[in-house]
Write a protein that binds this ligand. Structure first.
Ligand code: AMP
Ligand code: ZN
Length: 470
Protein backbone atom coordinates (compact mmCIF):
# COMPACT_ATOMS: atom_id res chain seq x y z
CA UNK A 1 0.00 0.00 0.00
CA UNK A 2 1.30 3.47 -0.84
CA UNK A 3 2.00 6.02 1.86
CA UNK A 4 0.85 9.55 0.96
CA UNK A 5 2.50 12.64 2.32
CA UNK A 6 1.54 16.28 1.95
CA UNK A 7 4.83 17.76 0.83
CA UNK A 8 5.26 21.39 1.84
CA UNK A 9 7.66 21.83 -1.07
CA UNK A 10 5.06 21.04 -3.74
CA UNK A 11 2.00 21.92 -1.62
CA UNK A 12 0.55 18.61 -2.80
CA UNK A 13 -0.17 15.19 -1.43
CA UNK A 14 2.45 12.89 -2.96
CA UNK A 15 3.07 9.18 -3.05
CA UNK A 16 6.01 8.41 -0.80
CA UNK A 17 8.94 6.84 -2.63
CA UNK A 18 11.81 6.04 -0.24
CA UNK A 19 15.45 6.53 -1.13
CA UNK A 20 16.15 2.94 -0.11
CA UNK A 21 13.43 0.35 -0.61
CA UNK A 22 11.69 -0.60 2.63
CA UNK A 23 13.53 2.02 4.67
CA UNK A 24 12.79 5.57 5.71
CA UNK A 25 15.07 8.23 7.16
CA UNK A 26 13.33 10.94 9.16
CA UNK A 27 14.93 14.08 10.55
CA UNK A 28 12.94 16.20 12.99
CA UNK A 29 14.10 19.52 14.40
CA UNK A 30 14.38 19.10 18.14
CA UNK A 31 14.10 21.40 21.14
CA UNK A 32 16.21 24.38 22.08
CA UNK A 33 16.96 23.39 25.65
CA UNK A 34 16.76 26.71 27.46
CA UNK A 35 13.31 26.22 28.95
CA UNK A 36 10.52 23.63 29.23
CA UNK A 37 8.76 22.62 26.03
CA UNK A 38 5.28 24.12 25.82
CA UNK A 39 2.32 21.98 24.85
CA UNK A 40 2.40 23.49 21.34
CA UNK A 41 5.94 22.16 20.83
CA UNK A 42 4.74 18.84 22.22
CA UNK A 43 1.91 18.72 19.68
CA UNK A 44 4.56 18.79 16.94
CA UNK A 45 6.57 16.02 18.61
CA UNK A 46 3.40 13.91 18.93
CA UNK A 47 2.71 14.38 15.20
CA UNK A 48 6.27 13.29 14.39
CA UNK A 49 5.97 10.27 16.68
CA UNK A 50 2.76 9.23 14.94
CA UNK A 51 4.46 9.70 11.57
CA UNK A 52 7.30 7.38 12.48
CA UNK A 53 5.00 4.76 14.00
CA UNK A 54 2.65 4.92 11.00
CA UNK A 55 5.49 4.34 8.58
CA UNK A 56 6.62 1.44 10.73
CA UNK A 57 3.12 -0.04 10.83
CA UNK A 58 3.63 -3.27 9.00
CA UNK A 59 5.84 -1.51 6.42
CA UNK A 60 9.03 0.52 6.64
CA UNK A 61 12.11 0.26 8.79
CA UNK A 62 12.54 3.78 10.12
CA UNK A 63 15.58 5.66 11.35
CA UNK A 64 14.62 8.77 13.25
CA UNK A 65 17.18 11.47 13.99
CA UNK A 66 16.54 14.48 16.21
CA UNK A 67 18.87 17.30 17.14
CA UNK A 68 19.07 19.06 20.47
CA UNK A 69 19.93 22.73 20.11
CA UNK A 70 22.22 23.76 22.93
CA UNK A 71 24.10 26.56 21.20
CA UNK A 72 23.62 29.29 18.62
CA UNK A 73 19.83 29.82 18.62
CA UNK A 74 19.04 33.51 18.97
CA UNK A 75 15.68 34.88 20.03
CA UNK A 76 14.50 35.38 16.50
CA UNK A 77 15.02 32.47 14.14
CA UNK A 78 17.15 34.86 12.08
CA UNK A 79 20.28 36.40 13.62
CA UNK A 80 18.73 38.94 15.93
CA UNK A 81 17.95 39.09 19.61
CA UNK A 82 19.68 37.52 22.55
CA UNK A 83 21.15 34.03 22.73
CA UNK A 84 18.42 31.72 24.06
CA UNK A 85 20.78 29.53 26.12
CA UNK A 86 22.31 32.62 27.70
CA UNK A 87 18.83 33.90 28.59
CA UNK A 88 18.11 30.61 30.36
CA UNK A 89 21.41 30.69 32.23
CA UNK A 90 20.93 34.26 33.43
CA UNK A 91 17.31 33.62 34.41
CA UNK A 92 18.30 30.71 36.64
CA UNK A 93 21.77 31.76 37.64
CA UNK A 94 23.29 28.59 36.24
CA UNK A 95 25.82 27.78 33.55
CA UNK A 96 24.61 27.24 30.02
CA UNK A 97 25.76 23.62 30.31
CA UNK A 98 23.65 23.07 33.41
CA UNK A 99 20.66 24.67 31.72
CA UNK A 100 21.09 22.47 28.65
CA UNK A 101 21.30 19.27 30.71
CA UNK A 102 18.34 20.15 32.90
CA UNK A 103 15.97 21.06 30.05
CA UNK A 104 17.05 18.21 27.82
CA UNK A 105 16.19 15.78 30.62
CA UNK A 106 12.90 17.58 31.25
CA UNK A 107 12.05 17.38 27.55
CA UNK A 108 12.62 13.63 27.32
CA UNK A 109 10.66 13.13 30.53
CA UNK A 110 7.69 14.93 28.91
CA UNK A 111 8.12 12.73 25.84
CA UNK A 112 8.17 9.60 27.98
CA UNK A 113 4.94 10.63 29.68
CA UNK A 114 3.35 11.23 26.28
CA UNK A 115 4.47 7.82 24.98
CA UNK A 116 6.65 9.53 22.39
CA UNK A 117 9.36 7.08 21.43
CA UNK A 118 12.90 8.34 21.80
CA UNK A 119 14.49 8.91 18.36
CA UNK A 120 17.06 6.38 17.18
CA UNK A 121 19.68 9.13 17.18
CA UNK A 122 19.59 12.18 19.44
CA UNK A 123 22.41 14.55 18.51
CA UNK A 124 23.51 17.65 20.38
CA UNK A 125 24.76 20.67 18.47
CA UNK A 126 27.68 21.18 20.86
CA UNK A 127 28.93 17.66 20.11
CA UNK A 128 28.98 18.27 16.34
CA UNK A 129 30.93 21.50 15.98
CA UNK A 130 33.56 19.90 13.72
CA UNK A 131 30.83 18.58 11.38
CA UNK A 132 29.43 22.11 11.13
CA UNK A 133 32.87 23.60 10.47
CA UNK A 134 33.44 21.02 7.71
CA UNK A 135 30.13 21.91 6.09
CA UNK A 136 30.85 25.63 6.23
CA UNK A 137 34.22 24.94 4.62
CA UNK A 138 32.44 23.06 1.83
CA UNK A 139 30.13 26.01 1.28
CA UNK A 140 33.09 28.34 1.31
CA UNK A 141 34.87 26.27 -1.35
CA UNK A 142 31.75 26.42 -3.51
CA UNK A 143 31.54 30.18 -3.20
CA UNK A 144 28.38 30.53 -1.12
CA UNK A 145 29.91 32.42 1.80
CA UNK A 146 31.53 35.74 2.63
CA UNK A 147 33.17 37.16 5.71
CA UNK A 148 32.04 40.46 7.05
CA UNK A 149 33.15 42.04 10.28
CA UNK A 150 34.54 38.72 11.48
CA UNK A 151 31.41 36.60 10.94
CA UNK A 152 30.89 34.07 8.15
CA UNK A 153 27.67 34.72 6.23
CA UNK A 154 25.69 32.65 3.72
CA UNK A 155 24.99 34.61 0.56
CA UNK A 156 21.44 33.74 -0.47
CA UNK A 157 21.79 35.48 -3.84
CA UNK A 158 24.16 32.68 -4.86
CA UNK A 159 21.47 30.06 -4.32
CA UNK A 160 18.83 29.59 -7.01
CA UNK A 161 15.19 29.56 -5.80
CA UNK A 162 16.03 30.43 -2.21
CA UNK A 163 12.30 31.03 -1.59
CA UNK A 164 11.01 27.74 -3.05
CA UNK A 165 9.87 26.12 0.21
CA UNK A 166 8.02 29.14 1.56
CA UNK A 167 6.31 29.94 -1.76
CA UNK A 168 6.75 33.61 -0.95
CA UNK A 169 8.38 36.41 -2.90
CA UNK A 170 11.69 37.70 -1.57
CA UNK A 171 9.91 40.86 -0.41
CA UNK A 172 7.35 38.81 1.51
CA UNK A 173 10.09 36.69 3.06
CA UNK A 174 11.91 39.79 4.14
CA UNK A 175 8.79 41.38 5.58
CA UNK A 176 7.86 38.13 7.36
CA UNK A 177 11.16 37.68 9.08
CA UNK A 178 11.24 41.31 10.27
CA UNK A 179 14.92 41.47 9.52
CA UNK A 180 16.91 43.82 11.70
CA UNK A 181 19.25 46.02 9.70
CA UNK A 182 22.69 44.47 9.81
CA UNK A 183 25.25 46.55 7.99
CA UNK A 184 27.47 43.48 7.62
CA UNK A 185 25.01 41.64 5.36
CA UNK A 186 24.97 42.02 1.59
CA UNK A 187 21.35 40.90 1.45
CA UNK A 188 19.12 41.33 4.51
CA UNK A 189 18.11 37.65 4.21
CA UNK A 190 21.71 36.42 4.39
CA UNK A 191 22.38 34.56 7.61
CA UNK A 192 25.30 33.75 9.86
CA UNK A 193 27.08 30.42 9.56
CA UNK A 194 29.78 31.18 12.11
CA UNK A 195 29.94 34.01 14.63
CA UNK A 196 33.31 35.28 15.73
CA UNK A 197 32.64 38.91 16.24
CA UNK A 198 29.22 38.57 17.74
CA UNK A 199 27.64 41.08 20.00
CA UNK A 200 27.75 38.54 22.82
CA UNK A 201 31.05 39.24 24.42
CA UNK A 202 30.07 37.04 27.35
CA UNK A 203 29.38 33.98 25.16
CA UNK A 204 30.79 31.04 27.08
CA UNK A 205 30.35 28.35 24.45
CA UNK A 206 33.14 28.98 21.96
CA UNK A 207 35.30 26.82 19.72
CA UNK A 208 38.33 27.31 17.48
CA UNK A 209 37.61 27.44 13.77
CA UNK A 210 39.38 28.43 10.54
CA UNK A 211 37.64 31.82 10.89
CA UNK A 212 38.58 32.40 14.50
CA UNK A 213 37.19 31.41 17.87
CA UNK A 214 33.44 31.55 18.01
CA UNK A 215 30.25 29.55 17.68
CA UNK A 216 27.93 28.36 14.91
CA UNK A 217 24.73 29.95 13.64
CA UNK A 218 21.58 27.99 14.39
CA UNK A 219 20.64 26.61 10.94
CA UNK A 220 23.94 24.93 10.13
CA UNK A 221 23.53 22.34 12.89
CA UNK A 222 20.50 20.72 11.26
CA UNK A 223 22.14 20.55 7.83
CA UNK A 224 25.31 19.07 9.31
CA UNK A 225 23.67 16.54 11.60
CA UNK A 226 20.90 15.43 9.25
CA UNK A 227 23.46 14.60 6.55
CA UNK A 228 25.86 13.01 9.01
CA UNK A 229 23.28 10.51 10.25
CA UNK A 230 20.98 10.10 7.25
CA UNK A 231 23.22 10.75 4.28
CA UNK A 232 22.97 13.31 1.51
CA UNK A 233 19.59 12.07 0.33
CA UNK A 234 17.03 12.18 3.10
CA UNK A 235 13.47 10.93 2.88
CA UNK A 236 11.53 13.15 5.27
CA UNK A 237 12.29 16.28 7.25
CA UNK A 238 9.76 17.65 9.74
CA UNK A 239 9.08 20.56 12.04
CA UNK A 240 6.43 23.08 12.93
CA UNK A 241 5.09 25.53 10.31
CA UNK A 242 7.09 28.39 11.81
CA UNK A 243 10.22 26.71 10.44
CA UNK A 244 9.13 27.04 6.81
CA UNK A 245 10.18 30.62 5.99
CA UNK A 246 13.48 30.86 7.87
CA UNK A 247 15.00 27.75 9.43
CA UNK A 248 14.09 25.17 6.80
CA UNK A 249 14.52 27.64 3.96
CA UNK A 250 18.06 28.25 5.19
CA UNK A 251 18.70 24.55 5.75
CA UNK A 252 17.80 23.84 2.12
CA UNK A 253 20.08 26.64 0.95
CA UNK A 254 22.98 25.20 2.96
CA UNK A 255 22.52 21.47 2.35
CA UNK A 256 21.59 21.59 -1.34
CA UNK A 257 24.36 24.08 -2.11
CA UNK A 258 26.94 21.91 -0.34
CA UNK A 259 26.02 18.65 -2.08
CA UNK A 260 24.87 20.08 -5.41
CA UNK A 261 21.47 18.39 -5.47
CA UNK A 262 18.17 18.26 -3.56
CA UNK A 263 18.88 16.77 -0.19
CA UNK A 264 15.41 16.25 1.31
CA UNK A 265 12.60 14.64 -0.68
CA UNK A 266 9.58 15.35 1.54
CA UNK A 267 9.03 18.28 3.88
CA UNK A 268 6.28 17.87 6.47
CA UNK A 269 5.11 20.63 8.80
CA UNK A 270 2.78 20.46 11.77
CA UNK A 271 0.36 23.34 12.22
CA UNK A 272 0.32 25.31 15.44
CA UNK A 273 -1.51 24.72 18.66
CA UNK A 274 -3.05 28.05 19.56
CA UNK A 275 -5.10 29.40 22.41
CA UNK A 276 -8.13 31.65 22.02
CA UNK A 277 -5.69 34.46 22.81
CA UNK A 278 -3.53 33.54 19.80
CA UNK A 279 -0.05 32.13 19.44
CA UNK A 280 1.61 30.13 22.19
CA UNK A 281 5.03 31.48 22.92
CA UNK A 282 7.73 31.02 25.51
CA UNK A 283 8.86 34.61 25.37
CA UNK A 284 5.51 35.79 26.75
CA UNK A 285 6.42 34.64 30.28
CA UNK A 286 3.72 32.24 31.50
CA UNK A 287 3.22 29.39 29.05
CA UNK A 288 1.48 26.06 29.13
CA UNK A 289 3.63 23.06 29.95
CA UNK A 290 2.72 19.43 30.38
CA UNK A 291 3.19 19.77 34.15
CA UNK A 292 0.73 22.66 34.20
CA UNK A 293 -2.00 20.61 32.60
CA UNK A 294 -1.16 17.72 34.92
CA UNK A 295 -1.64 20.08 37.85
CA UNK A 296 -5.09 20.76 36.44
CA UNK A 297 -5.85 17.06 36.81
CA UNK A 298 -5.21 15.88 33.25
CA UNK A 299 -2.94 12.99 32.38
CA UNK A 300 -0.33 13.37 29.62
CA UNK A 301 -2.24 10.78 27.59
CA UNK A 302 -5.41 12.90 27.81
CA UNK A 303 -3.38 15.50 25.96
CA UNK A 304 -2.06 12.98 23.42
CA UNK A 305 -5.64 11.83 22.78
CA UNK A 306 -6.73 15.46 22.38
CA UNK A 307 -4.01 16.07 19.75
CA UNK A 308 -4.85 12.92 17.82
CA UNK A 309 -8.44 14.02 17.30
CA UNK A 310 -7.41 16.56 14.70
CA UNK A 311 -5.22 16.43 11.62
CA UNK A 312 -1.68 17.63 12.03
CA UNK A 313 -2.00 20.18 9.22
CA UNK A 314 -4.86 22.01 10.88
CA UNK A 315 -4.48 24.55 13.64
CA UNK A 316 -5.74 23.21 16.92
CA UNK A 317 -7.27 25.50 19.49
CA UNK A 318 -6.41 24.58 23.04
CA UNK A 319 -8.76 25.19 25.95
CA UNK A 320 -9.26 23.37 29.21
CA UNK A 321 -12.89 22.69 28.29
CA UNK A 322 -11.85 21.08 24.99
CA UNK A 323 -9.26 19.01 26.86
CA UNK A 324 -11.90 17.99 29.37
CA UNK A 325 -14.14 16.76 26.57
CA UNK A 326 -11.25 14.79 25.09
CA UNK A 327 -10.51 13.26 28.49
CA UNK A 328 -14.10 12.19 28.88
CA UNK A 329 -14.21 10.40 25.49
CA UNK A 330 -10.78 8.88 26.14
CA UNK A 331 -11.97 7.51 29.47
CA UNK A 332 -15.13 6.11 27.88
CA UNK A 333 -13.04 4.48 25.17
CA UNK A 334 -10.77 2.87 27.75
CA UNK A 335 -13.73 1.66 29.80
CA UNK A 336 -15.26 0.03 26.73
CA UNK A 337 -11.97 -1.61 25.90
CA UNK A 338 -11.53 -2.80 29.50
CA UNK A 339 -14.90 -4.51 29.37
CA UNK A 340 -13.98 -6.21 26.07
CA UNK A 341 -10.69 -7.42 27.54
CA UNK A 342 -12.34 -8.76 30.66
CA UNK A 343 -14.51 -11.00 28.44
CA UNK A 344 -11.73 -12.45 26.26
CA UNK A 345 -11.61 -16.23 26.41
CA UNK A 346 -8.46 -18.17 25.66
CA UNK A 347 -9.85 -20.47 23.00
CA UNK A 348 -11.88 -17.77 21.23
CA UNK A 349 -11.60 -17.41 17.46
CA UNK A 350 -8.80 -15.23 16.10
CA UNK A 351 -9.47 -15.25 12.36
CA UNK A 352 -6.43 -13.90 10.55
CA UNK A 353 -8.37 -12.85 7.45
CA UNK A 354 -10.83 -10.79 9.49
CA UNK A 355 -8.02 -9.26 11.51
CA UNK A 356 -6.02 -8.40 8.40
CA UNK A 357 -8.97 -6.76 6.70
CA UNK A 358 -9.39 -4.36 9.64
CA UNK A 359 -5.64 -3.75 9.85
CA UNK A 360 -5.74 -2.82 6.19
CA UNK A 361 -8.58 -0.36 6.81
CA UNK A 362 -6.64 1.25 9.62
CA UNK A 363 -3.51 1.37 7.50
CA UNK A 364 -5.38 3.06 4.65
CA UNK A 365 -6.19 5.93 6.97
CA UNK A 366 -2.81 6.39 8.61
CA UNK A 367 -1.12 6.06 5.22
CA UNK A 368 -3.31 8.86 3.93
CA UNK A 369 -1.09 11.65 5.25
CA UNK A 370 -1.85 10.54 8.83
CA UNK A 371 -5.62 10.78 8.83
CA UNK A 372 -5.96 10.14 12.54
CA UNK A 373 -9.64 11.10 12.94
CA UNK A 374 -10.50 8.43 10.34
CA UNK A 375 -8.13 5.96 12.01
CA UNK A 376 -10.17 6.42 15.20
CA UNK A 377 -13.35 5.73 13.22
CA UNK A 378 -11.87 2.34 12.28
CA UNK A 379 -11.05 1.69 15.94
CA UNK A 380 -14.65 2.45 16.92
CA UNK A 381 -15.93 0.19 14.13
CA UNK A 382 -13.87 -2.65 15.59
CA UNK A 383 -15.22 -2.04 19.07
CA UNK A 384 -18.81 -2.04 17.83
CA UNK A 385 -18.53 -4.93 15.37
CA UNK A 386 -20.66 -7.82 16.69
CA UNK A 387 -19.12 -10.08 14.06
CA UNK A 388 -15.74 -9.97 15.83
CA UNK A 389 -14.84 -12.03 18.87
CA UNK A 390 -13.42 -10.23 21.90
CA UNK A 391 -10.09 -11.87 21.20
CA UNK A 392 -10.04 -10.50 17.65
CA UNK A 393 -10.92 -7.07 19.02
CA UNK A 394 -8.10 -7.28 21.55
CA UNK A 395 -5.59 -8.23 18.85
CA UNK A 396 -6.71 -5.33 16.65
CA UNK A 397 -6.72 -2.75 19.43
CA UNK A 398 -3.22 -3.83 20.44
CA UNK A 399 -2.09 -3.47 16.85
CA UNK A 400 -3.65 0.01 16.39
CA UNK A 401 -2.14 1.13 19.67
CA UNK A 402 1.36 0.61 18.30
CA UNK A 403 0.62 3.83 16.39
CA UNK A 404 -1.82 5.61 18.71
CA UNK A 405 0.24 4.84 21.85
CA UNK A 406 -2.62 5.57 24.21
CA UNK A 407 -2.11 2.56 26.51
CA UNK A 408 -5.47 1.30 25.33
CA UNK A 409 -4.97 -2.16 26.74
CA UNK A 410 -3.55 -1.18 30.09
CA UNK A 411 -5.92 -2.09 32.85
CA UNK A 412 -6.69 0.20 35.75
CA UNK A 413 -3.82 -1.19 37.84
CA UNK A 414 -1.40 0.52 35.52
CA UNK A 415 -2.71 3.82 36.81
CA UNK A 416 -0.62 3.10 39.88
CA UNK A 417 2.56 3.10 37.82
CA UNK A 418 1.62 6.35 36.15
CA UNK A 419 0.88 8.33 39.28
CA UNK A 420 3.32 11.15 39.74
CA UNK A 421 3.93 10.94 43.48
CA UNK A 422 5.80 14.24 43.63
CA UNK A 423 2.84 16.01 42.08
CA UNK A 424 0.37 14.36 44.47
CA UNK A 425 2.47 15.35 47.49
CA UNK A 426 2.85 18.88 46.17
CA UNK A 427 -0.91 19.25 45.72
CA UNK A 428 -1.56 17.83 49.18
CA UNK A 429 0.87 20.35 50.68
CA UNK A 430 -0.85 23.18 48.78
CA UNK A 431 -4.24 21.99 50.05
CA UNK A 432 -2.88 21.87 53.60
CA UNK A 433 -1.71 25.45 53.26
CA UNK A 434 -5.10 26.52 51.85
CA UNK A 435 -6.86 24.84 54.79
CA UNK A 436 -4.55 26.52 57.29
CA UNK A 437 -5.47 29.82 55.65
CA UNK A 438 -9.16 28.85 55.81
CA UNK A 439 -9.29 29.11 52.01
CA UNK A 440 -11.89 26.35 51.74
CA UNK A 441 -12.75 26.88 48.08
CA UNK A 442 -9.10 26.48 47.07
CA UNK A 443 -8.81 23.39 49.29
CA UNK A 444 -11.87 21.88 47.59
CA UNK A 445 -10.54 22.76 44.18
CA UNK A 446 -7.32 20.88 44.93
CA UNK A 447 -9.25 17.90 46.29
CA UNK A 448 -11.15 17.79 42.97
CA UNK A 449 -7.93 18.01 40.99
CA UNK A 450 -6.61 15.03 42.93
CA UNK A 451 -9.85 13.20 42.29
CA UNK A 452 -9.39 13.81 38.58
CA UNK A 453 -5.93 12.29 38.88
CA UNK A 454 -7.53 9.19 40.37
CA UNK A 455 -6.38 9.97 43.92
CA UNK A 456 -8.50 9.78 47.04
CA UNK A 457 -7.32 11.69 50.08
CA UNK A 458 -8.03 10.78 53.66
CA UNK A 459 -7.74 13.37 56.42
CA UNK A 460 -7.09 12.24 59.96
CA UNK A 461 -5.69 13.82 63.08
CA UNK A 462 -2.29 12.41 62.08
CA UNK A 463 -2.34 14.26 58.78
CA UNK A 464 -3.45 13.54 55.22
CA UNK A 465 -2.80 10.28 53.43
CA UNK A 466 -3.79 9.25 49.93
CA UNK A 467 -4.60 6.19 47.89
CA UNK A 468 -5.42 5.38 44.30
CA UNK A 469 -9.17 5.25 43.71
CA UNK A 470 -10.52 1.95 42.43
P1 AMP B 1 11.59 25.22 19.41
O1 AMP B 1 12.02 24.53 20.68
O2 AMP B 1 11.08 26.60 19.60
O3 AMP B 1 12.64 25.15 18.33
O4 AMP B 1 10.31 24.42 18.85
C1 AMP B 1 10.25 23.03 18.83
C2 AMP B 1 9.23 22.55 17.80
O5 AMP B 1 7.91 23.01 18.12
C3 AMP B 1 9.51 23.08 16.39
O6 AMP B 1 9.26 22.06 15.45
C4 AMP B 1 8.51 24.22 16.24
O7 AMP B 1 8.21 24.44 14.89
C5 AMP B 1 7.33 23.68 17.00
N1 AMP B 1 6.38 24.68 17.54
C6 AMP B 1 6.66 25.90 18.09
N2 AMP B 1 5.52 26.50 18.53
C7 AMP B 1 4.49 25.65 18.26
C8 AMP B 1 3.07 25.68 18.47
N3 AMP B 1 2.46 26.71 19.06
N4 AMP B 1 2.33 24.62 18.06
C9 AMP B 1 2.92 23.55 17.47
N5 AMP B 1 4.26 23.46 17.25
C10 AMP B 1 5.04 24.47 17.64
ZN1 ZN C 1 16.33 22.22 12.50
Amino acid sequence: MNFYIYNTMSRKKEKFIPVHKGKVGIYTCGPTVYNYAHIGNLRTYIFEDVLKKSLEYDSYKAKHVMNVTDVGHLQSDADTGEDKMQIGAERENKTVWEIAKFYEDAFFEDCRKLNIKKPDVVCKATEHIQDMINLIKRLEERGYTYISNGNVYYSIDKFKDYNKLAHLSMEELEAGSRVEVDENKKNPLDFVLWFTNSKFKNQIMQWDSPWGRGFPGWHIECSAMSMKYLGERIDIHCGGVDHIPVHHTNEIAQSDAAVGHTCVNYWMHGEFLVTSGGKMSKSSGEFLTLSKIEEHGFSPLDYRYFCLQSRYRKQLIFSYSALKQARSSYNKLRERIASIISCVKENERADEKLIDSYKLKFKEQIFDDLNMPNAFTVLFEVIKDDGLTNREKEILIKSFDTVLSLDLLKTDNSKLENIDENLVNKLIAEREEARNNKNWSKADEIRNKLKDLGIEILDSKNGTTWKVRR
